[in-house]
Design a protein around this ligand. Structure first.
Ligand code: SF4
Length: 494
Protein backbone atom coordinates (compact mmCIF):
# COMPACT_ATOMS: atom_id res chain seq x y z
CA UNK A 1 0.00 0.00 0.00
CA UNK A 2 1.52 3.37 -0.97
CA UNK A 3 2.44 5.81 1.80
CA UNK A 4 -0.26 8.41 2.43
CA UNK A 5 0.30 11.62 0.51
CA UNK A 6 1.76 14.40 2.61
CA UNK A 7 -0.39 17.48 2.56
CA UNK A 8 0.22 21.18 2.91
CA UNK A 9 -2.31 23.95 3.24
CA UNK A 10 -1.94 24.68 -0.48
CA UNK A 11 -2.59 21.08 -1.42
CA UNK A 12 -5.62 20.84 0.83
CA UNK A 13 -6.95 24.05 -0.66
CA UNK A 14 -6.26 22.69 -4.16
CA UNK A 15 -8.34 19.63 -3.31
CA UNK A 16 -11.14 21.79 -1.99
CA UNK A 17 -11.16 23.57 -5.35
CA UNK A 18 -10.97 20.38 -7.43
CA UNK A 19 -9.85 16.83 -6.52
CA UNK A 20 -8.22 16.49 -9.91
CA UNK A 21 -6.10 19.59 -9.29
CA UNK A 22 -4.57 18.01 -6.18
CA UNK A 23 -4.05 14.72 -8.01
CA UNK A 24 -2.22 16.50 -10.83
CA UNK A 25 -0.09 18.47 -8.37
CA UNK A 26 0.98 15.23 -6.73
CA UNK A 27 1.40 12.97 -9.76
CA UNK A 28 1.86 15.20 -12.82
CA UNK A 29 3.31 18.52 -11.60
CA UNK A 30 5.16 18.95 -14.90
CA UNK A 31 1.80 19.67 -16.58
CA UNK A 32 1.28 22.86 -14.60
CA UNK A 33 1.36 26.09 -16.56
CA UNK A 34 1.42 29.36 -14.72
CA UNK A 35 0.57 32.59 -16.51
CA UNK A 36 2.70 35.69 -16.08
CA UNK A 37 -0.22 37.31 -14.26
CA UNK A 38 -0.24 34.49 -11.70
CA UNK A 39 3.56 34.71 -11.31
CA UNK A 40 3.17 38.45 -10.68
CA UNK A 41 0.53 37.87 -8.03
CA UNK A 42 2.80 35.38 -6.27
CA UNK A 43 5.68 37.85 -6.37
CA UNK A 44 3.43 40.58 -4.93
CA UNK A 45 2.41 38.15 -2.19
CA UNK A 46 6.05 37.66 -1.18
CA UNK A 47 6.64 41.41 -1.03
CA UNK A 48 3.50 41.92 1.05
CA UNK A 49 4.66 39.20 3.44
CA UNK A 50 8.06 40.86 3.76
CA UNK A 51 6.39 44.23 4.48
CA UNK A 52 4.29 42.59 7.20
CA UNK A 53 7.46 41.29 8.83
CA UNK A 54 8.80 44.84 9.20
CA UNK A 55 5.89 45.58 11.54
CA UNK A 56 7.22 43.04 14.05
CA UNK A 57 10.89 43.93 14.46
CA UNK A 58 11.24 41.34 17.21
CA UNK A 59 10.16 38.59 14.81
CA UNK A 60 12.32 35.67 13.81
CA UNK A 61 12.10 34.18 10.35
CA UNK A 62 12.14 30.41 10.17
CA UNK A 63 13.97 29.80 6.91
CA UNK A 64 14.53 26.50 5.12
CA UNK A 65 12.06 27.09 2.32
CA UNK A 66 12.76 23.72 0.72
CA UNK A 67 14.07 21.72 3.69
CA UNK A 68 10.84 21.30 5.62
CA UNK A 69 12.31 18.89 8.16
CA UNK A 70 14.86 21.54 9.11
CA UNK A 71 12.09 24.16 9.25
CA UNK A 72 10.05 21.98 11.62
CA UNK A 73 13.10 21.42 13.82
CA UNK A 74 13.94 25.13 13.96
CA UNK A 75 10.29 25.97 14.73
CA UNK A 76 10.19 23.46 17.58
CA UNK A 77 13.39 24.85 19.04
CA UNK A 78 11.98 28.36 18.89
CA UNK A 79 8.67 27.31 20.45
CA UNK A 80 10.55 25.66 23.31
CA UNK A 81 12.07 28.97 24.32
CA UNK A 82 10.30 30.68 27.24
CA UNK A 83 8.73 34.12 27.09
CA UNK A 84 7.17 36.17 24.33
CA UNK A 85 7.78 35.12 20.79
CA UNK A 86 7.06 36.20 17.22
CA UNK A 87 7.79 33.77 14.41
CA UNK A 88 7.54 34.28 10.66
CA UNK A 89 6.86 31.23 8.52
CA UNK A 90 6.95 28.69 11.37
CA UNK A 91 6.56 25.11 10.10
CA UNK A 92 3.78 23.38 12.00
CA UNK A 93 2.69 19.79 11.64
CA UNK A 94 -0.46 17.96 12.68
CA UNK A 95 -0.88 14.42 11.44
CA UNK A 96 -0.23 14.25 7.69
CA UNK A 97 -0.41 17.99 7.12
CA UNK A 98 2.37 20.52 7.39
CA UNK A 99 1.83 24.25 7.02
CA UNK A 100 3.94 27.39 7.07
CA UNK A 101 1.96 29.96 9.04
CA UNK A 102 2.58 33.59 8.14
CA UNK A 103 2.97 35.11 11.59
CA UNK A 104 2.66 33.37 14.94
CA UNK A 105 2.75 35.46 18.07
CA UNK A 106 2.95 34.40 21.72
CA UNK A 107 2.38 37.04 24.36
CA UNK A 108 2.11 35.99 27.99
CA UNK A 109 1.40 32.40 26.87
CA UNK A 110 -1.47 33.46 24.62
CA UNK A 111 -1.23 32.59 20.95
CA UNK A 112 -2.26 34.70 18.01
CA UNK A 113 -2.06 33.58 14.40
CA UNK A 114 -2.02 36.08 11.51
CA UNK A 115 -2.41 35.15 7.87
CA UNK A 116 -1.19 37.90 5.56
CA UNK A 117 -2.96 38.47 2.25
CA UNK A 118 -2.05 40.74 -0.65
CA UNK A 119 -5.70 41.30 -1.53
CA UNK A 120 -7.55 44.43 -0.49
CA UNK A 121 -10.38 42.68 1.30
CA UNK A 122 -11.19 39.44 3.06
CA UNK A 123 -12.54 36.73 0.79
CA UNK A 124 -14.27 33.51 1.73
CA UNK A 125 -11.33 31.35 0.71
CA UNK A 126 -9.05 33.35 3.01
CA UNK A 127 -11.21 32.17 5.89
CA UNK A 128 -10.73 28.58 4.72
CA UNK A 129 -6.96 29.17 4.61
CA UNK A 130 -6.97 30.58 8.12
CA UNK A 131 -9.12 27.71 9.38
CA UNK A 132 -6.60 25.15 8.11
CA UNK A 133 -3.65 27.04 9.59
CA UNK A 134 -5.37 27.32 12.96
CA UNK A 135 -6.40 23.65 12.94
CA UNK A 136 -2.82 22.57 12.31
CA UNK A 137 -1.40 24.98 14.89
CA UNK A 138 -3.84 23.67 17.48
CA UNK A 139 -3.05 20.10 16.43
CA UNK A 140 0.61 20.92 16.96
CA UNK A 141 -0.20 21.75 20.57
CA UNK A 142 -0.59 25.53 20.42
CA UNK A 143 -3.70 26.86 22.07
CA UNK A 144 -4.37 29.51 19.44
CA UNK A 145 -6.75 32.03 20.92
CA UNK A 146 -7.10 34.54 18.14
CA UNK A 147 -6.87 34.14 14.37
CA UNK A 148 -6.64 37.17 12.11
CA UNK A 149 -6.37 37.98 8.45
CA UNK A 150 -4.18 40.94 7.59
CA UNK A 151 -5.06 42.35 4.18
CA UNK A 152 -3.81 45.39 2.31
CA UNK A 153 -5.60 48.61 3.22
CA UNK A 154 -5.82 50.80 0.11
CA UNK A 155 -6.36 53.89 2.26
CA UNK A 156 -2.76 53.65 3.44
CA UNK A 157 -0.47 56.39 2.16
CA UNK A 158 3.19 55.51 2.34
CA UNK A 159 5.14 58.09 4.35
CA UNK A 160 8.51 56.73 3.24
CA UNK A 161 11.41 55.34 5.26
CA UNK A 162 10.11 51.77 5.02
CA UNK A 163 7.43 52.68 7.53
CA UNK A 164 4.53 50.34 6.75
CA UNK A 165 2.49 50.93 9.89
CA UNK A 166 -1.07 51.09 8.59
CA UNK A 167 -0.47 49.11 5.39
CA UNK A 168 -2.67 46.32 6.74
CA UNK A 169 -6.22 46.11 7.99
CA UNK A 170 -6.81 43.25 10.39
CA UNK A 171 -9.94 41.09 10.41
CA UNK A 172 -10.54 38.85 13.40
CA UNK A 173 -11.82 35.58 11.94
CA UNK A 174 -11.61 33.50 15.11
CA UNK A 175 -15.36 32.99 15.16
CA UNK A 176 -15.72 32.54 11.41
CA UNK A 177 -13.29 29.65 11.35
CA UNK A 178 -14.82 27.86 14.36
CA UNK A 179 -17.51 25.97 12.40
CA UNK A 180 -14.89 24.76 9.90
CA UNK A 181 -12.56 23.21 12.47
CA UNK A 182 -14.58 19.99 12.83
CA UNK A 183 -14.69 19.54 9.07
CA UNK A 184 -10.98 19.63 8.46
CA UNK A 185 -10.22 15.97 9.38
CA UNK A 186 -12.73 14.91 6.73
CA UNK A 187 -11.14 17.31 4.20
CA UNK A 188 -7.77 15.70 4.89
CA UNK A 189 -9.12 12.16 4.61
CA UNK A 190 -10.87 12.95 1.32
CA UNK A 191 -7.77 14.63 -0.08
CA UNK A 192 -5.55 11.69 0.83
CA UNK A 193 -8.01 9.20 -0.64
CA UNK A 194 -8.29 11.11 -3.93
CA UNK A 195 -4.56 11.75 -4.19
CA UNK A 196 -3.80 8.06 -3.68
CA UNK A 197 -6.35 6.81 -6.21
CA UNK A 198 -6.61 7.10 -9.98
CA UNK A 199 -6.93 10.53 -11.55
CA UNK A 200 -10.37 11.89 -10.58
CA UNK A 201 -12.70 12.30 -13.52
CA UNK A 202 -13.61 15.98 -13.32
CA UNK A 203 -14.79 18.06 -16.26
CA UNK A 204 -13.67 21.66 -16.66
CA UNK A 205 -16.13 24.08 -15.12
CA UNK A 206 -16.44 27.17 -12.95
CA UNK A 207 -14.08 25.62 -10.39
CA UNK A 208 -11.19 26.00 -12.85
CA UNK A 209 -10.94 29.72 -12.10
CA UNK A 210 -12.67 29.99 -8.73
CA UNK A 211 -11.20 30.82 -6.30
CA UNK A 212 -7.85 30.39 -8.08
CA UNK A 213 -6.89 30.15 -11.71
CA UNK A 214 -5.96 26.48 -11.98
CA UNK A 215 -2.54 25.77 -13.44
CA UNK A 216 -3.79 22.66 -15.27
CA UNK A 217 -6.39 24.24 -17.55
CA UNK A 218 -4.24 23.65 -20.64
CA UNK A 219 -4.13 19.95 -19.74
CA UNK A 220 -7.79 19.55 -18.81
CA UNK A 221 -9.25 21.69 -21.56
CA UNK A 222 -7.02 21.26 -24.59
CA UNK A 223 -8.31 23.37 -27.43
CA UNK A 224 -10.13 20.51 -29.09
CA UNK A 225 -12.42 22.93 -30.84
CA UNK A 226 -10.81 25.25 -33.35
CA UNK A 227 -13.04 28.10 -32.17
CA UNK A 228 -14.08 27.12 -28.64
CA UNK A 229 -17.26 28.73 -27.35
CA UNK A 230 -15.19 30.14 -24.49
CA UNK A 231 -13.81 32.78 -26.84
CA UNK A 232 -17.08 34.74 -26.66
CA UNK A 233 -16.13 37.81 -24.59
CA UNK A 234 -17.68 38.39 -21.15
CA UNK A 235 -19.77 35.26 -21.40
CA UNK A 236 -18.37 32.56 -19.15
CA UNK A 237 -21.88 31.53 -18.09
CA UNK A 238 -23.15 31.31 -21.66
CA UNK A 239 -20.07 29.31 -22.70
CA UNK A 240 -20.68 26.85 -19.86
CA UNK A 241 -24.31 26.45 -20.89
CA UNK A 242 -23.33 25.92 -24.53
CA UNK A 243 -20.73 23.31 -23.59
CA UNK A 244 -23.32 21.56 -21.42
CA UNK A 245 -25.62 21.48 -24.45
CA UNK A 246 -22.87 19.80 -26.45
CA UNK A 247 -21.61 22.82 -28.41
CA UNK A 248 -17.81 22.93 -28.16
CA UNK A 249 -17.15 24.96 -31.30
CA UNK A 250 -18.67 28.37 -31.89
CA UNK A 251 -19.43 27.50 -35.50
CA UNK A 252 -21.84 24.77 -34.37
CA UNK A 253 -23.89 27.02 -32.09
CA UNK A 254 -27.37 27.85 -33.48
CA UNK A 255 -27.30 31.62 -34.22
CA UNK A 256 -30.46 32.21 -32.19
CA UNK A 257 -28.55 31.15 -29.05
CA UNK A 258 -26.39 34.29 -29.37
CA UNK A 259 -28.19 37.43 -28.24
CA UNK A 260 -25.47 40.06 -28.21
CA UNK A 261 -24.50 41.88 -31.41
CA UNK A 262 -20.85 41.35 -30.73
CA UNK A 263 -21.31 37.59 -30.34
CA UNK A 264 -23.31 37.42 -33.54
CA UNK A 265 -20.59 39.36 -35.36
CA UNK A 266 -17.87 37.04 -34.04
CA UNK A 267 -19.81 33.97 -35.11
CA UNK A 268 -20.64 35.44 -38.52
CA UNK A 269 -17.00 36.27 -39.30
CA UNK A 270 -15.85 32.91 -37.96
CA UNK A 271 -18.33 30.98 -40.10
CA UNK A 272 -17.34 32.93 -43.18
CA UNK A 273 -13.67 32.56 -42.34
CA UNK A 274 -12.97 36.17 -43.20
CA UNK A 275 -12.69 39.54 -41.49
CA UNK A 276 -15.57 41.99 -41.11
CA UNK A 277 -14.80 45.68 -41.34
CA UNK A 278 -17.36 48.38 -41.88
CA UNK A 279 -16.75 51.73 -43.46
CA UNK A 280 -17.67 53.69 -40.35
CA UNK A 281 -14.15 53.09 -38.98
CA UNK A 282 -12.57 54.85 -41.95
CA UNK A 283 -15.06 57.71 -41.70
CA UNK A 284 -14.30 58.21 -38.00
CA UNK A 285 -10.57 58.30 -38.67
CA UNK A 286 -10.90 60.60 -41.67
CA UNK A 287 -12.53 63.17 -39.41
CA UNK A 288 -9.47 63.36 -37.15
CA UNK A 289 -7.17 66.38 -37.62
CA UNK A 290 -3.37 66.30 -37.91
CA UNK A 291 -0.89 65.70 -36.46
CA UNK A 292 -1.97 62.50 -34.76
CA UNK A 293 -0.16 61.32 -31.66
CA UNK A 294 -0.20 57.56 -31.02
CA UNK A 295 0.49 57.27 -27.33
CA UNK A 296 0.93 54.43 -24.87
CA UNK A 297 1.62 54.60 -21.13
CA UNK A 298 3.02 51.88 -18.92
CA UNK A 299 2.38 51.88 -15.20
CA UNK A 300 3.34 49.81 -12.20
CA UNK A 301 1.10 49.26 -9.19
CA UNK A 302 3.02 47.66 -6.34
CA UNK A 303 0.96 46.24 -3.49
CA UNK A 304 3.62 47.59 -1.15
CA UNK A 305 4.09 51.25 -2.08
CA UNK A 306 7.64 52.25 -2.94
CA UNK A 307 7.34 56.01 -3.19
CA UNK A 308 6.24 58.42 -0.45
CA UNK A 309 2.74 59.75 -0.98
CA UNK A 310 1.55 56.72 -2.95
CA UNK A 311 -1.02 54.10 -1.99
CA UNK A 312 -1.04 50.30 -2.39
CA UNK A 313 -1.81 49.25 -5.95
CA UNK A 314 -1.87 52.86 -7.13
CA UNK A 315 -0.97 52.98 -10.81
CA UNK A 316 2.29 54.87 -11.13
CA UNK A 317 3.24 55.83 -14.69
CA UNK A 318 6.92 55.23 -15.43
CA UNK A 319 7.12 55.01 -19.20
CA UNK A 320 5.50 56.43 -22.29
CA UNK A 321 6.01 56.02 -26.01
CA UNK A 322 4.65 58.10 -28.86
CA UNK A 323 4.62 57.90 -32.64
CA UNK A 324 3.53 61.07 -34.39
CA UNK A 325 1.87 60.87 -37.78
CA UNK A 326 1.69 63.98 -39.95
CA UNK A 327 -0.76 64.85 -42.71
CA UNK A 328 1.70 63.70 -45.38
CA UNK A 329 1.71 60.24 -43.79
CA UNK A 330 5.18 60.55 -42.22
CA UNK A 331 5.44 58.53 -39.01
CA UNK A 332 8.04 59.59 -36.44
CA UNK A 333 8.98 57.89 -33.18
CA UNK A 334 9.47 60.55 -30.52
CA UNK A 335 12.28 59.97 -28.00
CA UNK A 336 10.47 57.77 -25.47
CA UNK A 337 10.49 58.25 -21.73
CA UNK A 338 11.45 55.52 -19.28
CA UNK A 339 12.30 56.13 -15.64
CA UNK A 340 15.52 54.33 -14.86
CA UNK A 341 16.44 55.97 -11.56
CA UNK A 342 14.04 54.17 -9.26
CA UNK A 343 12.72 57.34 -7.63
CA UNK A 344 9.10 58.48 -7.94
CA UNK A 345 8.80 58.71 -11.73
CA UNK A 346 5.60 60.74 -11.97
CA UNK A 347 6.93 64.29 -12.21
CA UNK A 348 9.50 63.46 -14.88
CA UNK A 349 6.91 61.38 -16.73
CA UNK A 350 4.45 64.28 -16.78
CA UNK A 351 7.02 66.94 -17.66
CA UNK A 352 8.53 64.95 -20.50
CA UNK A 353 5.10 64.13 -21.90
CA UNK A 354 3.98 67.76 -21.83
CA UNK A 355 7.22 68.83 -23.48
CA UNK A 356 6.99 66.20 -26.22
CA UNK A 357 3.34 66.21 -27.25
CA UNK A 358 2.18 69.19 -29.23
CA UNK A 359 -0.85 71.22 -28.25
CA UNK A 360 -2.97 70.27 -31.25
CA UNK A 361 -4.13 67.03 -32.76
CA UNK A 362 -5.73 63.96 -31.23
CA UNK A 363 -3.96 61.48 -28.95
CA UNK A 364 -4.82 58.03 -30.24
CA UNK A 365 -4.63 55.42 -27.49
CA UNK A 366 -5.69 51.84 -27.06
CA UNK A 367 -8.07 51.99 -24.09
CA UNK A 368 -8.75 55.64 -23.35
CA UNK A 369 -10.06 54.94 -19.85
CA UNK A 370 -6.57 53.90 -18.80
CA UNK A 371 -4.55 56.73 -20.35
CA UNK A 372 -7.25 59.27 -19.37
CA UNK A 373 -7.13 58.07 -15.77
CA UNK A 374 -3.36 58.45 -15.65
CA UNK A 375 -3.51 61.96 -17.14
CA UNK A 376 -6.19 63.11 -14.72
CA UNK A 377 -4.33 61.68 -11.75
CA UNK A 378 -1.14 63.48 -12.79
CA UNK A 379 -3.06 66.73 -13.34
CA UNK A 380 -4.39 66.49 -9.80
CA UNK A 381 -0.93 65.92 -8.42
CA UNK A 382 0.87 68.63 -10.41
CA UNK A 383 -1.37 71.72 -10.64
CA UNK A 384 1.22 73.62 -12.69
CA UNK A 385 0.98 70.94 -15.40
CA UNK A 386 -2.77 70.44 -15.03
CA UNK A 387 -3.88 72.60 -17.99
CA UNK A 388 -1.62 70.72 -20.39
CA UNK A 389 -2.45 67.28 -18.96
CA UNK A 390 -6.21 67.79 -18.84
CA UNK A 391 -6.00 69.24 -22.34
CA UNK A 392 -4.42 65.99 -23.48
CA UNK A 393 -7.07 63.97 -21.68
CA UNK A 394 -9.68 65.90 -23.66
CA UNK A 395 -7.98 65.00 -26.95
CA UNK A 396 -7.94 61.23 -26.46
CA UNK A 397 -9.32 59.06 -29.22
CA UNK A 398 -9.86 55.39 -28.41
CA UNK A 399 -8.66 53.08 -31.18
CA UNK A 400 -9.71 50.05 -29.14
CA UNK A 401 -13.34 51.20 -29.13
CA UNK A 402 -13.14 51.94 -32.85
CA UNK A 403 -11.74 48.52 -33.66
CA UNK A 404 -14.19 46.80 -31.35
CA UNK A 405 -17.14 48.52 -32.98
CA UNK A 406 -16.12 48.04 -36.60
CA UNK A 407 -13.56 45.25 -37.10
CA UNK A 408 -13.30 41.57 -36.38
CA UNK A 409 -11.10 38.83 -37.80
CA UNK A 410 -11.65 35.16 -36.87
CA UNK A 411 -8.01 34.87 -35.79
CA UNK A 412 -8.64 37.43 -33.03
CA UNK A 413 -10.45 34.67 -31.13
CA UNK A 414 -12.87 37.00 -29.38
CA UNK A 415 -10.32 39.59 -28.28
CA UNK A 416 -9.57 43.12 -29.50
CA UNK A 417 -6.31 43.42 -27.57
CA UNK A 418 -3.68 44.93 -29.81
CA UNK A 419 -1.70 41.70 -29.60
CA UNK A 420 -4.66 39.89 -31.17
CA UNK A 421 -5.56 42.53 -33.74
CA UNK A 422 -2.06 43.21 -35.07
CA UNK A 423 -1.27 39.71 -36.39
CA UNK A 424 -4.43 39.90 -38.51
CA UNK A 425 -3.32 43.09 -40.25
CA UNK A 426 0.46 43.26 -39.77
CA UNK A 427 1.91 39.77 -39.28
CA UNK A 428 5.43 41.23 -39.26
CA UNK A 429 4.66 42.87 -35.91
CA UNK A 430 4.59 39.70 -33.85
CA UNK A 431 5.36 40.30 -30.16
CA UNK A 432 6.82 36.80 -29.88
CA UNK A 433 10.14 38.07 -31.26
CA UNK A 434 10.61 40.32 -28.22
CA UNK A 435 12.81 39.03 -25.40
CA UNK A 436 12.28 40.17 -21.83
CA UNK A 437 8.94 41.93 -22.32
CA UNK A 438 6.31 40.41 -24.59
CA UNK A 439 3.14 41.31 -22.68
CA UNK A 440 1.82 43.91 -20.29
CA UNK A 441 2.09 41.42 -17.42
CA UNK A 442 5.85 41.37 -17.88
CA UNK A 443 6.33 45.15 -17.62
CA UNK A 444 6.12 45.40 -13.85
CA UNK A 445 8.58 42.63 -12.89
CA UNK A 446 11.04 43.76 -15.56
CA UNK A 447 10.81 47.38 -14.41
CA UNK A 448 11.39 46.44 -10.78
CA UNK A 449 14.32 44.22 -11.79
CA UNK A 450 15.73 47.12 -13.80
CA UNK A 451 15.62 49.60 -10.89
CA UNK A 452 16.80 47.11 -8.27
CA UNK A 453 20.11 48.39 -6.88
CA UNK A 454 21.78 45.00 -7.12
CA UNK A 455 21.02 44.50 -10.82
CA UNK A 456 24.27 44.70 -12.82
CA UNK A 457 24.49 47.73 -15.14
CA UNK A 458 24.62 45.59 -18.25
CA UNK A 459 21.46 43.75 -17.27
CA UNK A 460 19.74 47.05 -16.44
CA UNK A 461 20.53 48.31 -19.92
CA UNK A 462 19.12 45.15 -21.48
CA UNK A 463 15.93 45.39 -19.43
CA UNK A 464 15.52 49.08 -20.26
CA UNK A 465 15.95 48.30 -23.95
CA UNK A 466 13.31 45.57 -23.68
CA UNK A 467 10.84 47.94 -22.02
CA UNK A 468 11.45 50.64 -24.62
CA UNK A 469 11.07 48.21 -27.51
CA UNK A 470 7.85 46.80 -26.08
CA UNK A 471 6.19 50.18 -25.51
CA UNK A 472 7.18 51.62 -28.89
CA UNK A 473 5.99 48.39 -30.53
CA UNK A 474 2.56 49.16 -29.09
CA UNK A 475 2.42 52.67 -30.49
CA UNK A 476 3.73 51.64 -33.91
CA UNK A 477 1.16 48.84 -33.83
CA UNK A 478 -1.54 51.43 -33.20
CA UNK A 479 -0.35 53.39 -36.24
CA UNK A 480 -0.69 50.24 -38.33
CA UNK A 481 -4.17 49.51 -36.94
CA UNK A 482 -5.29 53.06 -37.74
CA UNK A 483 -3.84 52.87 -41.26
CA UNK A 484 -5.61 49.59 -41.85
CA UNK A 485 -8.98 50.80 -40.58
CA UNK A 486 -8.64 54.11 -42.46
CA UNK A 487 -8.02 52.25 -45.70
CA UNK A 488 -11.16 50.15 -45.20
CA UNK A 489 -9.04 47.03 -44.87
CA UNK A 490 -7.39 47.64 -48.22
CA UNK A 491 -4.28 49.33 -46.93
CA UNK A 492 -0.73 48.10 -47.35
CA UNK A 493 -1.22 45.60 -44.52
CA UNK A 494 -4.34 43.99 -45.90
S1 SF4 B 1 -8.41 22.68 -14.89
FE1 SF4 B 1 -10.34 22.51 -13.82
S2 SF4 B 1 -10.85 20.36 -13.95
FE2 SF4 B 1 -8.70 20.52 -14.41
S3 SF4 B 1 -7.65 20.19 -12.48
FE3 SF4 B 1 -7.93 22.37 -12.72
S4 SF4 B 1 -9.80 22.83 -11.67
FE4 SF4 B 1 -9.78 20.65 -12.02
Amino acid sequence: MPAPVRLSKSRLVAHRQCPKRLWLQVHRPELAQRTEAVENRLAQGHLVGAAAHTLYPEGRLIGHVTDLAAAVRETQEALAQPGDLTLFEPALRAGPILVRADILIRRERRWRLIEVKASTKVKDYHVTDAAIQAWVARGAGLDVERVELAHVDTRFVYPGGRDYQGLFAYADVTESIAPLQDQIPAWIADAQRDAAGPMPDVAVGPQCTDPYECEFVAFCAPDGAEFPVGLLPNSAKLARALRAEGFADLRDVPPERLQKDVHQRIQRATLRGEAELDAAAAAALAALPWPRWFVDFETVGPAVPLWPGTRPYQKIPMQWSCHRQDADGTVTLLPPYLDRGGGDPRRAFAESLVAAIGTTGPLLVYNAAFEGGVLRQLAEQFPDLAPALTGMAGRLFDLLELARAHYYHPAMMGSWSIKKVLPTIAPDMDYADLDDVRSGDMVEPVYFAMIAPDTPAERRDALAAALLTYCSRDTLGMVRVAQFLAAGGNGPDA
